[in-house]
Design a protein around this ligand. Structure first.
Ligand code: TYD
Ligand code: MG
Length: 453
């Protein structure tokens, strides 16, 4: 591009910072009206040291893996890929009240007690509140500094004085930077603060964690937009009234996003669950009606999940279907197939289906377990306690194969299950090496017969 011809000024949206060479009535990015005003084009972009970069031959680049620091919370470290990379910016998102502050305060305190100090920048809670929480969590707070400053540049100046080994900013929605004119919490502010933190983390080689709230309707006031900027995006999920929490990787520039961390919220904060499969099926009764177990996959981690269903005569003209932790559309599909292909009379029945422990299972591999649970409830007959079920249900009632069969079977065998109902199609590539007795079925009808008769 010919630089001399570039316009000297640009028009920028006051809401989100979107830039355009000409004035626009409506912002194409955030759709606000009349938000554009002219301002001089910033020169030099974001270059920090002023020197233009030289191209480097890839074979000459130092290829050692990034140095990582373990946080001391194994489930957290696992999701990060074995610890946090120096100078990385990690976004931890999640619903309000899910435990983000708890998790990061624990991580900061553990990192501080293991060596270099940590700073917890709190824009939401006072130092006293943080102290009370730390006391409840049994954290000593040595070398852990709390900073209640919402002006980001002032906060970073203070952080530099302390020179910590780790920084937490809780939350990104509460800090603001004088470099952007928009109001705190606006999209432009979120973007500006995140970019400043990114630059700061990279230049000092210090890992920075930022907390981002997600609103209930899923579309987040911020974090989605920040996902492009940061190095790592993790989401902490779980049902509010269940004590299990899953920490899930969504993006990781330094590792795989296939890992999940499983925690339990206790009176003393979040505790890693070492054997999650065991935990999720621990309360299952041996002859429970309306219950089936599926070896589900969370990323690359197999997890045994109990699916429950309850059918009961409907008192309303339109029977209801409720799915907790399962895809509603999968429930509709499975119940439609059960009525049409197996002749199960579900027309006058309400169906409530749920996954135990506040987990969410969205993979179609859980279809067969869901179907078994529904039929088991409707016939008042339990599925044998040593059976797991694995298969996707197709519209014509056929069973389809699922991915990573051996891994799932391995986990089921480890937990003492002895038989697995699965799609015949799964065995086409050869039988998997497993200690389980396999019960292949071509159709849902056949699988139900094997599982319940
Ligand atoms: P919090 O970390 O404040 O959530 P977030 O920062 O994501 O908004 O966690 C809030 C919930 O966690 C609150 O409802 C109380 C519960 N909690 C415990 O059950 N045990 C504990 O030890 C702590 C600190 C919190
Ligand atoms: Mg919080």
């Amino acid at each position: 591009m010919n630089i001399t011809k570039q316009a000297r000024s640009v028009f920028a949206c006051a809401e989100c910072g979107y830039e355009s060479p000409k004035w626009l009535g409506r912002c194409p990015d955030c759709t606000s009206w009349n938000s554009f005003s002219e301002r001089p084009r910033a020169s030099g972009g974001q270059r920090v040291n002023g020197a233009p970069a030289a191209a480097v031959e890839l074979s000459c680049v130092d290829g050692d893996s990034e140095p990582r620091v373990a946080l001391g919370l194994p489930e957290f470290d696992r999701v990060l890929g074995g610890g946090v990379v120096a100078g990385s910016l990690v976004l931890v998102g999640g619903d309000p009240g899910i435990g983000k502050s708890t998790l990061l305060l624990q991580a900061a305190a553990l990192a501080a007690s293991a060596g270099r100090s940590a700073v917890y920048v709190s824009g939401e809670e006072s130092a006293r509140q943080v102290k009370m929480r730390a006391a409840r969590l049994g954290l000593s707070g040595d070398r852990l500094f709390v900073l209640t400053e919402t002006d980001l540049q002032a906060a970073l100046a203070e952080v530099e004085r302390i020179s910590p080994g780790l920084v937490v900013v809780d939350s990104i929605q509460t800090v603001h930077s004088p470099a952007a004119e928009q109001a705190p919490g606006s999209i432009a502010q979120l973007r500006q603060c995140t970019m400043e933190l990114m630059r700061w983390a990279k230049s000092g080689g210090v890992p920075v964690f930022i907390v981002g709230h997600v609103t209930k309707d899923g579309d987040i006031a911020g974090p989605r937009l920040l996902e492009h900027i940061v190095d790592v995006v993790l989401y902490l999920e779980g049902e509010r009234f269940s004590h299990y929490r899953l920490l899930r990787g969504v993006k990781n520039r330094f590792g795989s996003v296939d890992e999940i961390g499983v925690f339990e919220m206790t009176g003393e904060g979040l505790r890693g669950v070492e054997n999650p499969s065991q935990a999720f099926i621990a309360e299952r009764a041996a002859d429970a009606v309306g219950s089936a177990v599926v070896p589900a996959l969370e990323g690359s981690r197999p997890l045994m999940v109990e699916v429950q269903a309850l059918t009961s005569p409907s008192v309303t003209p339109a029977p209801r279907r409720t799915a907790n932790g399962l895809d509603f559309s999968r429930l509709l599909l499975v119940s439609a197939v059960l009525s049409r292909r197996l002749g199960l009379s579900l027309a006058g029945q309400d169906i409530i289906a749920s996954v135990v422990g506040g987990l969410r299972v969205h993979e179609p591999a859980a279809d067969l377990a869901l179907a078994l649970a529904i039929v088991s409830s409707s016939r008042d007959k339990p599925v044998a306690a040593d059976i797991v079920a694995l298969g996707e249900v197709g519209l014509s009632g056929e069973l389809r194969s699922v991915s990573q069969l051996e891994r799932r079977l391995g986990e089921a065998a480890r937990l003492g299950f002895r038989r697995c109902l699965l799609a015949e199609a799964s065995l086409r590539g050869g039988a998997p090496a497993t200690a389980l007795e396999l019960m292949p079925a071509p159709t849902l009808r056949e699988a139900i017969r094997l599982g319940l008769e």
